[in-house]
Design a binder for this molecule. Structure first.
Ligand code: ATP
Length: 343
């Protein structure tokens, strides 16, 4: 097996009584865009800080490119971190901010300039090099922070919710830019986020965190199509989770199952061979390009059904409230989460 860019072995961290990270084993391959996804407090940032060297593990080890760096200070590790709050120097212009790391490393002035300008151009900020951070937008400041990390040409770039302070539209644009940039520079990116859409958009693979442990590591498609646990099914995308009585009523047997809302068809869309159920539309949530229908099944449970607004008006969709409907799905879209090894 080739050497991993990052390898965590039995990594744990406690803060007094709190176990923030609980025995994590993980390999991140060279050149991967890898995301750590999980709710607030699940331990993602603590893992990132241990990889960077800002935090010492209680037990376990961190390897970078095959070297055990567990006891090395941050500056002796071939990684750079980009934080959500950018941490730019306000009194320096953009170019000086980006050059800073190279100046500390005593890189000669001419070379420093060239590398800093190249880094700024890679994030499309070549023309703003003489501005101060306060004269930039949030998105531009985030790009300066990226350029400042990239200029050091680290083997691994650690990103802690770097897009968290941006509005949704800019965030989406930056997600695509970041992914493209990562492909161009070929550096391993380790990206922390609690936003599942963000992780699905950018990552080659994602680790889903819960209570200091990893529930599943997989590609975005694999996580979505084949969640290993009810937690993953619920956290990544929207899901109809069916347990106990609800499972018996809808799937016809006991266990824990999940059906994605977009896999459920309504009325005329129901196809031959589908499993069907009758119900009443309790509510319709209009979301622009799609609608969510909440359908109370006669058999008991409520299912969320997502349909695209390809035909018909908003009014028509809303008027289905209170109507009797038939829902249907292909059995292959019922995900069985009952396997006890998933728990
Ligand atoms: P978020 O998305 O909110 O940043 P996270 O998944 O990154 O969350 P961590 O910041 O790693 O989670 O925190 C994990 C747990 O460890 C939390 O319960 C947190 O309160 C605790 N914790 C983190 N840092 C410290 C610290 N320096 N001292 C005490 N407890 C801490």
């Amino acid at each position: 097996m080739s050497t991993a860019a990052v390898e965590l072995v039995g990594l744990s961290k406690s803060f007094g009584e709190v176990t923030a990270v609980d025995g994590i084993d993980l390999r991140i391959e060279d050149g991967e865009f890898f995301s750590m996804l999980g709710p607030s407090g699940s331990g993602k940032t603590t893992v990132l800080r241990m990889v960077a060297g800002f935090e010492q593990p209680t037990s376990g080890s961190v390897r970078l490119g095959g070297d055990d760096v567990t006891t090395r200070p941050p500056f002796a590790r071939d990684v750079n971190t980009v934080f959500q709050d950018y941490a730019l120097f306000p009194h320096m212009d953009v170019l000086a901010n980006v050059e800073y790391g190279l100046r500390v490393k005593k890189v000669p002035r001419k070379q420093r300039r060239e590398r800093a300008m190249a880094a700024l151009e890679s994030v499309q900020l070549g023309l703003l090099s003489d501005r101060r951070p306060t004269q930039l937008s949030g998105g531009q400041r985030q790009r300066v922070a990226l350029a400042r990390a990239l200029v050091n040409r680290p083997k691994v770039l650690l990103l802690d919710e770097p897009l968290g302070a941006l509005d949704l539209k800019l965030r989406r644009a930056m997600q695509l830019e970041l992914k493209q940039l990562q492909r161009e520079v070929g550096i391993t990116f380790v990206f922390v986020t609690h936003d599942q859409e963000e992780a699905l958009t950018m990552s080659d693979r994602i680790a889903v965190f819960r209570d200091g442990q990893i529930e599943q590591v997989a590609s975005p498609a694999e996580l979505y199509e084949n969640p290993a646990t009810p937690f993953v099914a619920g956290f990544v995308g929207t899901s109809n989770l069916l347990t106990d009585e609800a499972a018996r009523a809808v799937v016809g047997r006991t266990g824990t199952f999940s059906i994605r809302p977009e896999k459920i068809h309504l009325d005329s869309e129901v196809e031959t061979g589908h499993t069907t159920a009758r119900g009443t539309v309790a509510d319709v949530v209009y979301l622009g390009s799609v609608n969510h229908y909440l359908v109370d099944l006669d058999a008991g449970p409520t299912l969320t059904v997502l349909r695209q607004n390809l035909h018909g008006s908003t009014g028509q969709a809303m008027s289905r409230r209170g109507q009797q409907v038939t829902v249907g799905w292909a059995d292959e879209h019922v995900i069985d989460l009952s396997d006890p090894s998933h728990e």
